[in-house]
Design a binder for this molecule. Structure first.
Ligand SMILES: *Cc1c(COP(=O)(O)O)cnc(C)c1O
Length: 384
C-alpha cells in the first residue's frame, strides 16, 4: 500500500521506514560512525561523512516528514538548533514577526543572538490574526508562530496567518512542539516550515534533546539542508534512534495525554482554591473555536493560577507535588510541573512576561500518561 494513503496512526510506525538494507533489521541500526569507506574518491553509497548524512538520522528524517505530511525532514541536535537554522535563512536588515508568549529559549535566541546580527524581531499577540498586518513591513521575511502558546495556551489560527503570509510573500514557520502532528498538521494549514523540539512529545520519554524541521518546498529544503550541514548542529545516531522509537507510540501516548489532560483541567476548574485554568478544551477559552477547528483534541498542557496566589504560594505547591516531578521540559510519559516565571521563562524580562500573562503565581503542568486518579490525588494534597 502506498505510504501516502496510510492514516496517521500507521505513519507513526511505518512512515518513511524500510527494513535495513544490510540484514533486514526492522528497526534502523544505530550507525555509530563518523565516516564511510569509499571504493574510489567519491565512490560511496550516499553517505560520506555523518555531519552531512547518517543512515539512522535519514530514517528519523523520513519519519518526521511522513508524520507532518511534508516532503523533507531535517533532524537537529536540539529544538533551538532547528530554530537557529531557520533564522539563518535571513539577512541583516530582515524582520521577523513572532508570537509574544513563546518558549523562553526561542525569545532568548532571537533577542540575544540574532538581533546583534541586524535581524529585527517583533513580539505580538496573534490571537487576532488581522492585527499582524500592522507589523508587516517591506522588510518582513518570516512569521514565527507557536500554537498553543507556551505557557498561556492561546491558540492562533494557522490558516488565517498563512493567508496573510502568502499575500505578503512571507515565510510562515510554526513551532508544533505542543500540539504534535497528532493534534494539528501546520503544513496542511498553509505553513511553509514546521518545527519541533522533538525532545518533548515526539521523543516522549525525556531521554533525548532533538530538534526537527519539515518542509514541502524543494528549494527551501535545499537551503535548510545547506545550513544544517554548514553549521553542523546535527542529531546524532543514538538520539535519532531513540526519537524514532518514541515516534512509533506517539499516537497512543497522545490519546492518553489528551484524556488525562481533560480530567485534570476539569478537576482544577472545579477546585475552590483555583483562580484560573488555561486549557484550550474549555468552551469559554477565548480561542476554543479555533482550537476545535484546527486541532483534533486539546492536549495535555495546562497552566493555572491558585486563588489569591503569590510567588511564594506557587513555589510551595510545586514543591509539595510527588507524582508530578518539578522539572523543566514537557511531553514525556511522566507528569511534570513547572513554574514558568522562575524556570522556562526566566530569560524573558518580567515586564515582557507579565504583558502576556506569565505572572509570578502561574504554574504549568505537562500531564503525563499515568493513572489520572493518582495525578488528581497528588494535586489535591499539594493545593491543600
Ligand atoms: C523545548 C522547546 C523548544 C526548544 O527545544 P530544545 O529541544 O530544548 O532545544 C522550542 N519550542 C518549544 C515550544 C519548546 O517547548
Amino acid at each position: 500500500m502506498s505510504e501516502k494513503k496510510l492514516k496517521f496512526n500507521s505513519k507513526t510506525i511505518h512512515g518513511g521506514q524500510q527494513p535495513d538494507k544490510a540484514y533486514g533489521a526492522v528497526m534502523p541500526p544505530i550507525y555509530q560512525t563518523s565516516t564511510y569507506a569509499q571504493t574510489t574518491p567519491g565512490g560511496h553509497q550516499g553517505y560520506e561523512y555523518s555531519r552531512s548524512a547518517n543512515p539512522t538520522r535519514t530514517a528519523l528524517e523520513n519519519s518526521l516528514a511522513s508524520i507532518e505530511n511534508g516532503k523533507y525532514g531535517l533532524a537537529f541536535a536540539s529544538g533551538l538548533a532547528a530554530i537557529d537554522a531557520v533564522i539563518k535563512l535571513l539577512n541583516p536588515g530582515d524582520e521577523v514577526v513572532s508570537t509574544n508568549d513563546l518558549y523562553g529559549g526561542s525569545y532568548r535566541l532571537f533577542k540575544q543572538v540574532f538581533e546583534k546580527f541586524g535581524i529585527k524581531f517583533q513580539f505580538i499577540g496573534m490571537q487576532n490574526a488581522a492585527k499582524i498586518e500592522d507589523y508587516i513591513t517591506n522588510k518582513t521575511r518570516l512569521i514565527w508562530v507557536e500554537t498553543p502558546t507556551n505557557p498561556m495556551m492561546n491558540v492562533i489560527d494557522i490558516k488565517l496567518v498563512s493567508a496573510m503570509a502568502k499575500k505578503h510573500k512571507i515565510l510562515l514557520a510554526v513551532d508544533n512542539t505542543f500540539a504534535t502532528p497528532y493534534l494539528q498538521i501546520p503544513l496542511d494549514l498553509g505553513a511553509d516550515i514546521v518545527m519541533h523540539s522533538a525532545t518533548k512529545y515526539l521523543g516522549g520519554h525525556s531521554d533525548v534533546v532533538v530538534g526537527a524541521l519539515v518542509v514541502n518546498d524543494k528549494d527551501l529544503a535545499d537551503k535548510l539542508y545547506f545550513i544544517q550541514n554548514a553549521s553542523g548542529a546535527v542529531c546524532g545516531p543514538m538520539d535519532s534512534f531513540l526519537t524514532l522509537r518514541g515516534i512509533k507510540t506517539l499516537h497512543v501516548r497522545m490519546q492518553r495525554h489528551c484524556e488525562n489532560g481533560r480530567a485534570i483541567a476539569e478537576y482544577l476548574a472545579n477546585h475552590p482554591k483555583i483562580e484560573k485554568v488555561y486549557w484550550p478544551g474549555f468552551e469559554d477559552h477565548p480561542n476554543h473555536d479555533i482550537a476545535k477547528s484546527q486541532m483534533s483534541d486539546f492536549g495535555g498542557m495546562i497552566s493555572f493560577i491558585p486563588k489569591g496566589s503569590s510567588y511564594e504560594n506557587a513555589i510551595k505547591i510545586v514543591e509539595k507535588l510527588q507524582v508530578f516531578t518539578l522539572a523543566e521540559s514537557l511531553g514525556g510519559v511522566e507528569s511534570l510541573a513547572g513554574h514558568p516565571a522562575s524556570m522556562t521563562h526566566a530569560s524573558i524580562p518580567k515586564e515582557e512576561r507579565e504583558k502576556s500573562g506569565v505572572v509570578d503565581s502561574l504554574i504549568r503542568l505537562s500531564v503525563g500518561i499515568e493513572d489520572a486518579d493518582d495525578l488528581i490525588d497528588d494535586l489535591n494534597q499539594a493545593i491543600g
